[in-house]
Design a protein around this ligand. Sequence first.
Ligand SMILES: [Zn+2]
Ligand SMILES: [Zn+2]
Length: 340
Amino acid sequence: MRAVRLAASGELAMTEIDQPTPGDGELLVKVDACGLCGTDRHIVDGEYPSAAPVTLGHEFGGEVVRADGASSIAVGARVTVDPNITCGVCEQCRAGRVSFCPDLTALGVQRDGGLAEYVAVPEQQAYELPPEVPATHAAFCEPLACCLRGLDLAGIEPGGSVAVLGGGVIGQLMVQLARLAGATTVVLSTRQRARRELAERLGATATIDPTANDPIAAIEGPAGLAPGGVDVVLECAGVAETFRQSLAMTRRGGTVVVFGVAPQAALVEVSPFEIFARELRIQGSYLNPLTHGRAAAMVASGVLELDALVSKELSLAEVPATLSVPPGQGDVKYLVRPAS
Ligand SMILES: [Zn+2]
Ligand SMILES: [Zn+2]
């Protein structure tokens, strides 16, 4: 079968390998769709630890084509896969903090993932989707599950105000989730015009071009969209500048959710007095602990607009070249269809 394999840092290629043989308690899944994301680029560049040689792809779903006799998921079922496998017995796992499991391994990072025609998946990582859900939507469950973690920690209240910084797929999902959570002011700030227009279609009540206007003044200034600041900022860009903006545009007593993945070495100067006197809550959000089932339920319900987030569908053969250059202007999500 065909698979996109990382041989070593910087060495990504589509190669022909044997179809995996599922072990005890594992399913063989024929991959319908697998999303590409920024993490894949970091893995290829060696900026994110992986266990090469390995097949990449951690945002995927497909059809179960083999299951062992004891499986509760039948052959023919459509599933979405939580790629993060935890041990279940360590202190963190037993306390429900599974994303901090020291033995966490991920499909598509440390073991073979979904950028292939077939993938072997531990059954407990699979969540069934109804057959009528479009095959491409299964690939959104993983990023959505991460967003749900961030949303759980954000504490958005109905009638509240939210700023989303960053207009990639995470920002576009967050805009929709913030509206569903009842926020009545949802402002998205991003440089790319196509992404601002998309966010407005998906429910943003306003958007800001940070290259044309100071986003801090545009939000918390006296004539801004939320004078005094927003209740919650969802930082989804992962750069020092947007983190700085987040602190300044949050109202007193408000919350900043640090969701975007900043470079590990990035540093930002902050004022402890500001955090103290304005009672800011600065909250990290890491991975998708125990949220994949809810993400699958949301995707199955059809409540989210996902088709508009797909910028391009690719074959496996197109992946190495696609990941070797930055995403195209205005593009949000690339989906790989291994059967194509
Ligand atoms: Zn990802
Ligand atoms: Zn553990």
